[in-house]
Design a protein around this ligand. Structure first.
Ligand SMILES: NC(=O)CC[C@H](N)C(=O)O
Length: 302
């Protein structure tokens, strides 16, 4: 497997540096565009990687899968009453679809959907939404040093007009229960969590284990894991989700920090990272790496 990850790194090399950093978060644009890492954590306890696989980067929207898992663990099927599970062809921070659909976000991985999930998580945790996501990541990854990059958070709060507009629109429709400033603070802090490919692959293993955490306790029921996987496959890579399903064939979640997390149910979790993004907001080199990995190994849900 180590050789395969090295081959994946080599195959991704022509794509490293391609694309652009996320617009509107200057701290992300300062990350070295030549960075690349890929990690694999397996259900039988192996964790390995290539390139910058132990370097922390801004997890951004990858954290949306973890906050959703926490809400699903509490609410189960009822979670889907506040947020849909249909794909969107709009950008992750679009407003028009939300207005047309009466303030109910299409899916939990759009910014609107993630704000609705954070709003519910604030209720569940008694106001500690971001801390609960951080704690889940730290415990599952076995790394207490995973933290929030406050420079990224500060930059994002300065450039948050669009997300604040989304929150106001949802508040106008009655979708949010907490003050907009509180929801925004927790959402942006959650997005600002910095973790490495290694950390994220380990932290996501409960998805590959059918909902079981590292200590053997159950985080999610089987039905909720299945629904989370289906939503990742169809919505996790934004407007490019169908294209990515075609290329990689795994439930996956990207973030504008350049990371992509992909789950191989029953086998393990992959995380690839490289900062350059395509127009949909997905890392070009990370997607190329995951495509190469599934082509070599045949690990796919199809
Ligand atoms: N796609 C992403 O990773 C978007 C997250 C980013 N923090 C935002 O709100 O715009």
């Amino acid at each position: 497997m180590q050789e395969i990850l090295e081959a994946v790194h080599a195959a991704a090399r022509p794509w490293i540096g391609a694309g652009a950093p996320a617009p509107g978060i200057p701290a992300l644009a300062r990350v070295d565009g030549a960075s690349f890492g890929v990690a694999l954590a397996t259900v039988d306890g192996a964790v390995l990687g290539a390139g910058d696989w132990c370097v922390p980067f801004s997890a951004q929207s990858i954290t949306k899968a973890f906050s959703l898992a926490l809400v699903l663990s509490q609410d189960g099927t009822a979670a889907w009453g506040r947020v849909g599970h249909r794909p969107s062809s709009h950008r992750y921070n679009a407003l028009s679809e939300l207005e047309a659909e009466f303030g109910i976000p299409r899916n939990p991985f759009l910014n609107a959907g993630a704000l609705a999930v954070v709003d519910r998580l604030l209720e569940i945790t008694g106001g500690d939404a971001c801390a609960s996501v951080l704690s889940l990541l730290r415990t599952e990854a076995g790394n207490a040093t995973i933290g929030v990059d406050e420079r990224v958070v500060a930059d994002e709060l300065i450039h948050s007009d669009r997300n604040v507009a989304i929150a106001h629109l949802m508040a106008a429709f009655g979708t949010l229960r907490h003050p907009i400033s509180v929801v925004m603070e927790h959402y942006v802090s959650q997005c600002g969590i910095a973790a490495s490919c290694r950390d994220l692959a380990l932290a996501g293993l409960f998805l590959a284990r059918g909902g079981l955490r590292a200590d053997g306790s159950r985080l999610l029921a089987g039905t909720d894991v299945r629904r989370l996987h289906a939503t990742l496959l169809t919505c996790g890579m934004y407007g490019a989700s169908a294209e990515i399903a075609h290329r990689i064939g795994l439930p996956a979640k990207s973030g504008v920090g350049g990371g992509v997390l992909a789950v191989v149910p029953g086998r393990g979790v992959l995380c690839a990272w490289s900062p350059g993004l395509d127009a949909a907001g997905n890392s070009i080199a990370a997607v190329a790496a995951l495509e190469q990995f599934t082509s070599i190994t045949g690990w796919s849900i199809f």
